[in-house]
Design a protein around this ligand. Structure first.
Ligand code: B1M
Length: 211
């Protein structure tokens, strides 16, 4: 299937066209979630493929990522459901040593859109930092993202830290990110895994507690 103009603009890192196209879709009445799922996410998947095939290198990844992130700045407020009683609280972050945040940001936006209060700890988040938040905000869902096979092991370190601090019983843990699988999630003792942002919201809702 040929890429849409928006998809191609993100692949090319063409920021101006990306923003014009996002706005055009919205003006035409396309839902923000559809703009994200049908154009932006497939564009980043294609960027990943080009990188894997040595057609793209880190600079191309960065300019495509910038286009994606600027597009999300337009979509985020529209995905967020403000003024509604919060469904629950999620503490989210990309694990220690890992600086990928596009997927994590999408999950955070979708959770906010799904009515959750989201505390975003950013990238390169240590087990100590996750545990600190779990202690300060008991009952929160701890949501971790990892994009590298070398950093996904940090997810287990976070779970071990929660256990060591006596916080595991009050914190549900969900994980995701390209290299993470359901099997891995079970192995490290997470409570749930999802492979995309929408499914992460459905999953989080199964653990909802009043906050
Ligand atoms: Co990086 N990178 N990168 N990179 N990068 C990957 C991940 C890689 C697979 C590319 C490749 O070689 N094919 C590879 C990892 C290989 C591996 O570990 N097996 C890789 C590498 C090697 C690296 C560097 C080491 C490169 C280098 O410097 N030589 C370096 C590491 C830096 C570090 O973190 N320490 C690096 C750097 C970068 C950039 C900074 C240039 C940039 C990131 C910019 C940013 O995030 N701000 C970048 C990018 C853009 C990518 C690819 C191309 C795209 C990632 C992305 O944003 N995807 C990626 C290739 C790929 O994934 N195919 C790659 C789009 C995003 C929407 O998808 O994040 O998977 P994703 O999120 C999805 C789901 O996974 C899920 O929902 C999201 C939406 O549906 N999800 C969750 C994510 N988190 C979730 C949490 C949940 C639930 C679902 O619950 C809590």
């Amino acid at each position: 299937m040929t890429a849409s103009k928006l998809e191609q603009a993100v692949i090319d890192g063409d920021l101006d066209t990306t923003l014009v196209e996002v706005q055009r879709f919205l003006d035409e009445g396309t839902l923000p979630q559809a703009v994200m799922e049908e154009h932006l996410i497939p564009a980043m998947a294609e960027v990943g493929r080009l990188f894997e095939e040595n057609e793209y290198f880190v600079p191309e990844l960065l300019i495509a990522a910038r286009a994606m992130q600027e597009a999300m700045k337009i979509l985020n407020p529209l995905l967020t459901n403000s003024g509604i009683k919060k469904a629950g609280r999620v503490v989210i972050g990309t694990v220690k040593g890992d600086f990928h945040d596009i997927g994590k940001n999408l999950v955070a936006s979708m959770l906010e859109g799904g009515g959750f209060e989201v505390i975003d700890l950013g990238v390169d988040v240590s087990p100590e930092k996750f545990a600190e938040q779990a202690k300060e905000k008991p009952g929160s869902i701890i949501a971790m993202s990892a994009l590298l096979t070398t950093t996904m092991t940090q997810m287990q370190a976070v779970i071990q830290k929660l256990e060591a601090e006596g916080l595991r019983a009050t914190s549900k843990v969900i994980v995701g990110g390209a290299p993470v699988t359901d099997e891995f999630a079970r192995k490290i003792g997470a409570d749930g895994y999802s492979d995309n942002a929408s499914a992460a919201v459905t999953l989080a809702k199964t653990f909802v507690k009043a906050v």
